[in-house]
Ligand binder design. Structure first.
Ligand code: MG
Ligand code: MG
Length: 256
C-alpha cells in the first residue's frame, strides 16, 4: 500500500489474533506448495493454480483475487519485477529469481506473506540479494517489541539492506492488517523521519521489504499491476504477518 499518515494502530483481542493465526497458517501452506511447484519449465499461472488448491482445501477465501480487479490468488514477480506481477504464461527458467506473494482470509481475518526463491541455480549475486532481503525482514520483525516505535521496524530493515549495498523501495510499503488486507498504518521499509506510534501488544503488521540490487526507483508496466525496477536490475521481496505480543513478536505466516 502507498498511504502514509500518522495513526494509532488497532489492537486485536485474543479471539481476533487466533483467527489471524489460522489465516497465517493457510498462507504458510500456500508458500510450501508454491515453492515446491516453482521450477524451470513451469508457468507462473501453474503456480497460481497450486495456490488455489490450498485455499479450496482449507476453506479459506482469497484476498488477492478481484482486489481492485486483480485476476489471481497470488502475485508472481520474476527478476526485475518488484511486486504485483500477474500469474500468466511466463515460463520459469533456470537462473530466474521469483517472488511469490500469497494471502488468505479465514473467518474474516487476513494473512499476507511473500518470499523470493531461486529457480534452479542462480548467480551468487542473486542468491545474496535473496538472503539479505530475508535478513532485513527478520531484523524488522525483531524490532516489533512493546516500547519500540513503529518506524524502528523500517530503520532495522533499511540498516540491513543498505548495509549490504542495496536499496529499499520507497513507493510501496508494509501495512496494518486485520479485517482488511491493507489497513493503516503504513509500515515503510526505511526511517521516514519520525518515530511513529509506540508498539503495543495486539498490533498486527505485514512487514514487507522490497530490496533492489540497483537504484530504488520503480515504474509500473502497461498491465497496470507489475511494479518493476526502473533500471531493469533484480529485486527481491519478503513478507510476513506478525503480531506484537507481551512476549515479543509472533509470526503468524509460518507453519506450526
Ligand atoms: Mg503480500
Ligand atoms: Mg502486504
Amino acid at each position: 500500500m502507498v498511504l502514509m499518515r500518522e495513526v494509532v494502530p488497532v489492537r486485536r483481542n485474543a479471539d481476533e489474533l487466533a483467527k489471524m493465526r489460522r489465516a497465517g497458517r493457510v498462507v504458510a501452506e500456500m508458500h510450501e506448495v508454491t515453492r515446491a511447484a516453482a521450477k524451470p519449465g513451469v508457468t507462473t499461472l501453474d503456480i497460481d493454480r497450486a495456490a488455489r488448491g490450498v485455499l479450496e482445501r482449507r476453506g479459506a477465501k482469497s484476498n488477492f483475487l478481484n482486489y481492485h480487479g486483480f485476476p489471481a490468488v497470488i502475485c508472481t514477480s520474476p527478476n526485475n519485477v518488484i511486486v504485483h506481477g500477474i500469474p500468466g504464461d511466463y515460463l520459469l527458467k533456470e537462473g530466474d529469481i521469483l517472488s511469490i506473494d500469497c494471502g488468505a482470509i479465514v473467518e474474516g481475518y487476513h494473512g499476507d506473506a511473500a518470499f523470493t526463491m531461486a529457480i534452479g541455480e542462480v548467480s551468487a549475486e542473486a542468491e545474496k540479494l535473496i538472503r539479505v532481503t530475508d535478513e532485513s525482514l527478520w531484523a524488522g520483525i525483531a524490532a516489533m517489541v512493546e516500547g519500540n516505535r513503529l518506524h524502528d521496524i523500517g530503520l532495522a530493515v533499511q540498516t540491513v539492506a543498505e548495509g549490504a549495498g542495496y536499496t529499499v523501495v520507497r513507493e510501496y510499503v508494509g501495512h496494518g492488517i486485520g479485517t482488511k488486507m491493507h489497513e493503516e498504518p503504513a509500515v515503510p521499509n526505511y526511517w521516514p523521519g519520525t518515530p511513529g506510534p509506540k508498539l503495543k501488544a495486539g498490533m498486527v503488521f505485514a512487514v514487507e521489504p522490497m530490496v533492489n540490487l540497483g537504484s530504488a526507483a520503480t515504474k509500473v508496466l502497461d498491465d497496470q499491476w507489475s511494479v518493476v525496477t526502473a533500471d531493469g536490475k533484480l529485486s527481491a521481496h519478503a513478507e510476513h504477518t506478525i503480531a506484537v505480543t507481551e512476549d515479543g513478536p509472533e509470526v503468524f505466516t509460518v507453519a506450526d
